[in-house]
Design a binder for this molecule. Structure first.
Ligand SMILES: [Zn+2]
Length: 215
């Protein structure tokens, strides 16, 4: 059966092992509590490896990762995460995307809830903006789109695609009261983006709290 699948099984397992190692790291930092979040790595031009639905992200094993095609269809007899479509939308639109991480940290959740009117979070003048691929100076702005939360992933993936077609893909987006999505050319770049975003969201939160106390 495996020769009929659009990926090499050994390659899938190497992708899965990398996801499992990253997952332990992300869970230990408190960014993926209570079985939330999902992570993926591109296998090839037709498929990616992604975490299955509802597993504890500090305790993933090889059976907790599965292969799906770039329309989100399962290529294994395992249950994909409800948010699989948000990963495959990114792989399908850009062949240079090699990994996608979605997390549910406190900062990524609350910052957008406290600012219900915004549809973009602007990060400007931070030295750590240089952690994002292609940015070489602090003297710039990175725009992070904000989408309202929904359980309708088909509709949300359409909104994301529409926004990216208008404004470019950028490096990440936030879902209000839910968490963040970020991506990169490989898992190392994606982890660097995630760490940078968590740091920058913490900076934004602390600045927001200081300004709120002054009012
Ligand atoms: Zn989520």
């Amino acid at each position: 059966m495996s020769e009929q699948l659009p990926y090499d099984h050994d390659l899938f397992e190497r992708c899965a092992e990398r996801i499992i190692a990253a997952s332990r790291d992300i869970y230990s930092r408190g960014w993926s509590p209570a079985t939330s979040s999902n992570y993926s790595v591109r296998i090839n031009a037709q498929s990616c490896a992604i975490t299955v639905s509802g597993k504890h992200k500090g305790k993933l094993g090889l059976r907790d990762v599965m292969a799906v095609d770039l329309q989100g269809k399962a290529l294994m007899d395992r249950k994909p995460s409800a948010e699989t479509l948000l990963h495959t939308q990114l792989y399908a639109r850009d062949p240079d995307i090699g990994a996608v991480l979605h997390t549910h940290s406190v900062r990524a959740t609350v910052l957008t809830m406290e600012q219900p009117g915004i549809d973009t979070l602007v990060l400007r003048d931070y030295e750590l903006l240089k952690a994002f691929s292609g940015i070489t100076t602090h003297n710039t702005e990175v725009h992070i789109p904000v989408f309202n939360n929904t359980q309708d992933m088909v509709e949300l993936s359409r909104q994301v695609e529409k926004r990216m077609q208008c404004d470019g893909a950028g490096v990440a987006y936030l879902i209000r009261g839910h968490g963040l999505y970020t991506w990169g050319e490989d898992l190392d770049a994606c982890m660097r983006h995630l760490e940078a975003l968590e740091f920058l969201l913490d900076c934004e939160w602390q600045r927001y709290a200081i300004h709120a106390n002054k009012r």
